[in-house]
Design a protein around this ligand. Structure first.
Ligand SMILES: Nc1nc2c(c(=O)[nH]1)N[C@H]1C(S)=C(S)[C@@H](COP(=O)(O)OP(=O)(O)OC[C@H]3O[C@@H](n4cnc5c(N)ncnc54)[C@H](O)[C@@H]3O)O[C@H]1N2
Ligand code: MOO
Length: 414
């Protein structure tokens, strides 16, 4: 939609973005169905249980350095020390190593520190003689020893349900002894794009036809390890076909995402069809640009999100609202996306009205580290190529008309 279409005059009737997001999150109840998986298969999934450490972490006093363990009480006064080396202990060794009073033990990183030993001297600080070590820095008690439980005590929480099991979480779960974890079952997501004008990319185009970009953009947006994705493909603006597709999708999916057909045109069938099928539908007008029309619906166990057809509008509404709804439905805890402080790289003028998410490119950074943003074309809701050139969207306040070079902007980085 071009700038200055006049429709922004109605902006006061619109829901704000936080209001729309709140409504969306409230509609997106988690599916709450779980399964137990071996840890390796749980990577990329949503954790469905609170996890506590099953042992103290670390589980025993151990050496933080390769070197020599000793008892500081053996050192006496003076500034030069020499001790015999009475044995060796490596990571994985079990059993208590005995060492006579006044002797050191060769010790390797991760090895249990035998009882009574209270310091480790790094090998770099020791001169090694035949069966003895000499060093001239007095070690402090506790030096280079990782004490049992200093990280976490057995029973302390390491992760709470609702987090994504990424590399750090997988590592923490393994360290806490979880070989098997409860995760939410994959969210069944079905998607399709509506419109008679749509052709598969590369197919010859007749008059009035365009290549279907939303289908591929949505596939990339929705394909997550915690999602079981079903691509229904394009569907013509034929009410019978649309209704059949929607009905089947509602019967089989936890979440249905479509693009197009949610506005007020004669071929914008989705709101009416959804209601006719016995679903509860809500077409919202959101005070954001692009992405004004946005539809939510519920029918049986299915949640429906109808995104606007314009590709940039669909992307932005997905990023700002839809993605949070999908995440919540899959059981992920909601985390607001932080906006970064940035500055305008030039003077810009715009028509005030709706809060705008303008594709923007980072030119460079200011001396205090803020990105300097070039705002890309003002008429862009169909220009998906512009989105691909952007590093993110600048969030322009509803009432801002003139934005001066150097002015503060908020930036949602892709
Ligand atoms: N009288 C009004 N007309 C419109 C309004 C309004 O408030 N009053 N809102 C405008 C805005 S803003 C948007 S956004 C669009 C949203 O309309 P729909 O969701 O119903 O989308 P369509 O009309 O089906 O398509 C809009 C546009 O996007 C192109 N499109 C659709 N699907 C795809 C696809 N898969 N790949 C690429 N491009 C696609 C489609 O050809 C249209 O050009 O409504 C405005 N109108
Ligand atoms: O302004 Mo529309 O919402 O093109 O997205």
């Amino acid at each position: 939609m071009a700038d200055g279409c006049g429709c922004d005059a109605l902006a006061h009737d619109l829901l704000s973005v936080p209001e729309a997001l709140e409504k969306g999150l409230a509609a997106a109840a988690p599916i709450g169905m779980r399964e137990s998986l071996p840890l390796a298969e749980a990577i990329g999934r949503v954790l469905a249980q609170d996890c506590v450490s099953q042992t103290d972490m670390p589980g025993f006093d151990n050496a933080a350095m390769d070197g020599f363990a000793l008892r500081t009480a053996d050192l006496g006064s003076g500034s030069r020390f020499e001790l015999p080396v009475a044995g060796r202990v490596a990571a994985g060794d079990s059993g208590v190593k005995e060492a006579p009073s006044g002797a050191a033990l060769r010790i390797l990183t991760g090895a249990p520190v035998p009882a009574g030993f209270d310091a480790v001297v790094m090998q770099e600080h020791c001169e090694r003689l035949d069966g003895r070590i000499r060093f001239d820095r007095r070690p402090q008690p506790g030096q280079h020893i990782r004490r049992a439980g200093e990280d976490l005590r057995a029973g302390e929480t390491i992760l709470t349900k609702g987090c994504l099991i990424g590399p750090r979480e997988a590592g923490a779960l393994a360290a806490a002894g979880y070989g098997q974890v409860q995760v939410n079952r994959r969210l069944k997501v079905a998607f399709f794009s509506t419109g008679n004008e749509l052709r598969h990319p590369g197919e010859p185009l007749g008059p009035g036809q365009i290549w279907n970009s939303n289908r591929f953009m949505l596939r990339a947006l929705l394909d997550r390890p915690w999602v079981e994705l079903s691509d229904i493909g394009p569907v013509d603006d034929d009410p019978m076909r649309l209704e059949k597709t929607l009905r089947e999708a509602c019967d089989n999916a936890d979440l249905i995402v479509t693009t197009g057909g949610v506005s007020v045109g004669d071929e914008d069938h989705m709101p009416r069809l959804f209601a006719a099928m016995g679903g509860k539908a809500d077409v919202m007008k959101v005070a954001m640009k692009p992405g004004k029309p946005l539809m939510f619906g519920r029918r049986g166990g299915a949640l429906y999100i109808g995104l606007p057809g314009n590709p940039v509008s669909a992307y932005v509404t997905w990023r700002v609202i839809g993605a949070h709804m999908m995440a919540r439905r899959a059981g992920l805890s909601y985390r607001p996306e932080p906006l970064l402080p940035a500055v305008a790289a030039a003077d810009y003028h715009r028509h005030p009205g709706r809060q705008e998410y303008r594709p923007a490119r980072i030119l460079d950074t200011t001396p205090d580290g803020r990105p300097r943003l070039k705002l890309l074309g003002s008429s862009y809701s169909g220009r998906v190529a512009l989105l691909a050139q952007a590093d993110g969207v600048a969030v322009l306040p509803a009432q801002a008309a003139d934005i001066a070079e150097g002015a503060h902007l908020e930036f949602l980085r892709f």
